[in-house]
Design a protein around this ligand. Structure first.
Ligand SMILES: [Zn+2]
Length: 764
């Protein structure tokens, strides 16, 4: 009997490889060919088929996406490891939190454990190639019988997410197929490629506002504890072919240096394997820094995970492009001129570039990841414990206290709940205060989120300008949320019970307005999409307002049956004409959208807006949207920064102090001082109007330039002193509220939400 079973197993082992269909066989077209795309549902069905055919593949559901798709992650490893996944996860979890383990126990766990590597694809949906590559790669790993692949799979558990934005992957493939063979083939989408947050889905990894971010973070920080995370992106068309770490300066010195050494080790092997296969245009130390916290794998750096970003040059979705050699350019940090440099020794010569090329580059890099993760298995496992121990020591005796007695307790609860979602340990004292001991593995993450940022001013040559931030420069949550958090030490012998779940109470601002009917709200939605429109819609949807989102044609048709119209942070030129603003001599070209998805407000739209306000509507504008209102309404307000050059004034996303006038309906319930998030902000000067209108300065920057910046980086802060940050006025029978900042910035600035909600109800 035993013999018979063995024979059967042997038979199964030799034949399953042959019965595993390739993605092309399964889907009935050549995956990776020009103008062919598998959509997310096809990809999911392929992964399920692969899991059914191969004992090396398993499909896990991470949950539902924003628009209700099944959000999947494939687990790929050897048959033996697949039977032992629980133990492998348990080992990784212990190493991620080694408190109580001695050196010998850590060494033993590292010897026994398996590397767990996470590869996420296609978070930016138009960066489509990795979603196709994932199927081919999984097939190759499932069906290979060579010794080296088997060795890698014996040492490594691969977690493979074929798309981090399934909804957007479907939008892109639908749109691509619709316009295939027309002049719009491969063109940009006329709307955001994530239902709410478009490209900003990769700015959300510390705030966890979106479903996809939450669901993957749960898998990473509560279930799998991977040691390495690689996120596969695409960049522009006319520079290097592929960025692979080492990252560029600046770096955050809080992050454990082993993170950078491991990223360099893994990245260098990727570039080595690519160069061996004569792939041109590889670059490191380019553009992408080691400072910013918001992206997928970036957030992991502060939580002891080695994260790598890959960026391959794009085609036009699945359509090939041809780049003339004269069009190849540098012009970015790490490659000023397009030529051979030590970080870019083999420039690509130009010519045809297709999705197949992108997939090939990504595949070689991904295989090289498995090679390093297998070769360095014990090192990678032990290093997580080394970093976690160092973080516990870094935290020492210090602690944070979130006092129960504060201005906005429900938002304080929200902060504590968010930290728990991140895997942070929190305790609660009898009086309701939350206590966070810093002697825990995520202490660096806590330090980063709870303390002000001071942007590192790195210069690459004496006398030259500093390297500017890649994205924003501040993420200090107590300031952004308006929550009091005190740095202190754990009280002696404190043994408060640990809290593992918090349900925040309803915020005051919602309670205050709860008995009134909800205003009817519309948000301006330009063709091509605007991130701030998406975030505004997300905020209002989250609080039950169900706003409409109006395209220019709909605004021109008149704004009847509406109480409030919101102009998000969009450049005034783009609102008015649909054209992109830009400096003298800059490339202003944007490719054409189909006729049904074109147009801007123009004269008719501006008139419709004025009529709406004159007849009693409320117009609210955020940041750049205010410039449009100033130009199109006769109001006693000007933007004092309108002519400022980047040398005079520059602030790429920082938290600044403002004083609030609290006796106006829009500022009701606000504290007298708050932090506002400023990212290329507008500052106002007002003047006394005639008798036809009233105006109020709602928020003002401090008198002294040294008091302006609370966290982040700013140049030219004296330009903000004594200037208004928010103003309100009557206009005809209606009202206008101008916020010279984004009071709902990326779903992070709860401190300034009440002003947005109050503005919606002003005059009701
Ligand atoms: Zn990207």
């Amino acid at each position: 009997m035993k013999r018979f079973v063995c024979a059967l197993l042997l038979f199964a082992a030799t034949t399953f490889a042959a019965s595993i269909q390739t993605p092309s066989q399964f889907l009935g077209f050549e995956v990776g060919a020009d103008r062919k795309l598998a959509d997310y549902r096809q990809i999911v069905s392929y992964f399920h088929a692969l899991a059914a055919a191969s004992p090396r593949v398993k499909v896990e559901s991470l949950g539902k996406t924003t628009l209700g798709e099944d959000f999947i992650m494939a687990v790929v490893t050897s048959e033996g490891n697949m039977r032992n996944l629980e133990k492998i996860r348990e080992t990784a979890r212990k190493l991620a939190d080694p408190r109580g383990l001695n050196d010998e126990q850590i060494a033993q766990l590292a010897r026994d454990g398996k590397s767990i590597v996470l590869v996420t694809c296609n978070i930016h949906s138009s960066e489509i190639a990795s979603s196709q590559m994932a199927m081919e790669w999984a097939h190759a790993l499932a069906s290979a019988n060579d010794v080296e692949t088997k060795r890698r799979l014996d040492n490594v558990v691969l977690l493979l997410v074929p798309s981090l934005n399934p909804d957007g992957q479907i939008m892109i493939t639908d749109y691509y197929r619709k316009y295939l063979g027309t002049r719009y083939e491969g063109g940009r989408l006329p709307w955001l490629y994530h239902h709410y947050v478009g490209h900003d889905n990769n700015r959300d990894w510390f705030m966890l506002t979106q479903l996809e971010t939450k669901e993957l973070s749960r898998a990473v920080y509560h279930e799998w504890y991977p040691q390495v995370w690689v996120d596969e992106h695409q960049m522009g068309t006319d520079g290097p072919r592929m960025f692979i770490p080492p990252f560029a300066d600046p770096l955050d010195p809080t992050v454990h240096p082993l993170i950078w050494r491991e990223a360099n080790l893994v990245g260098t092997n990727m570039a080595f394997r690519l160069e061996q296969q004569e792939k041109a245009g590889l670059i490191y130390g380019f553009s992408f820094d080691a400072y910013w916290l918001g992206g997928t794998r970036n957030t992991g750096w502060w939580k002891n995970i080695t994260g790598l970003l890959l960026e391959t040059a794009s085609a036009r979705i699945a359509s090939p492009i041809v780049i003339d050699p004269s069009e190849l350019r540098g012009g970015q940090k790490g490659l000023i001129d397009y030529k051979a440099t030590i970080n870019h020794p083999h420039p690509w010569a130009g010519g045809t570039w297709r999705m197949r090329d992108i997939m090939d580059y990504e595949r070689i890099a991904s295989d090289a990841l498995l090679e390093t993760a297998a070769d360095r298995r014990e090192d990678l496992l032990r290093d997580v414990a080394v970093r976690a121990r160092a973080a516990v020591a870094f935290g020492g005796k210090s602690a944070y206290r979130i006092p129960h007695d504060q201005h906005d307790w429900p938002t304080a609860q929200f902060l504590a709940a968010l930290l728990i979602e991140h895997g942070v340990e929190i305790q609660q004292a009898g009086n309701g205060d939350y206590w966070i001991s810093m002697a825990q593995p995520y202490s660096r993450f806590l330090d980063e989120l709870l303390e002000p940022q001071r942007y590192p001013e790195v210069r690459l040559q004496p006398g030259k300008d500093i390297l500017r931030p890649y994205d924003v420069a501040s993420w200090t949550l107590p300031l952004a949320l308006g929550v009091t958090v005190e740095k202190t030490v754990m009280p002696p012998k404190a043994a408060f019970p640990r809290v593992t779940e918090i349900k925040p109470e309803t915020e005051e601002v919602i309670k205050r307005h709860a008995s009134q009917p909800k205003p009817r709200i519309a948000i301006y939605n330009p063709w091509g999409g605007a991130l701030d429109e998406g975030w505004t819609r997300w905020l209002l949807d989250s609080y039950g307002f169900t706003p409409k989102s109006l395209h220019p044609q709909e605004v021109k048709a008149g704004l009847q049956n509406l109480d409030v119209f919101i102009l998000p942070d969009i450049d005034k030129e783009e609102i008015a004409t649909g054209r992109r603003a830009g400096g003298e001599g800059s490339m202003k070209y944007v490719d054409e959208l189909p006729p049904e998805n074109r147009g801007a407000l123009e004269k008719e739209g501006a008139q419709a807006l004025r009529t709406f306000v004159e007849n009693g509507g409320t117009l609210i504008a955020f940041n750049a949207g205010c410039d449009y209102v100033i130009d199109n309404f006769n109001i006693p307000v000007r933007n004092v920064l309108a002519k400022a050059t980047p040398t005079d004034f520059s602030v790429p996303g920082s938290l600044a102090r403002v004083h609030i006038r609290t006796d106006h309906p829009v500022t009701a319930g606000m504290p007298e001082e708050t932090a506002v998030f400023i990212d290329h902000p507008i500052a106002f000067e007002t003047t006394l109007p005639g008798n036809e209108m009233q105006r109020w300065v709602l928020a003002t920057y401090p008198d002294d330039a040294r008091d302006v910046l609370l966290s982040g980086w700013i140049n030219g802060e004296e330009k903000l002193t004594r200037k208004a940050a928010a103003v309100a006025m009557t206009f005809g029978k209606g009202r206008i509220v101008l916020f010279g900042f984004r009071p709902q910035h990326r779903g992070q600035t709860h401190a300034t939400y009440p002003m947005v909600f109050n503005a919606l109800y002003w005059g009701r």
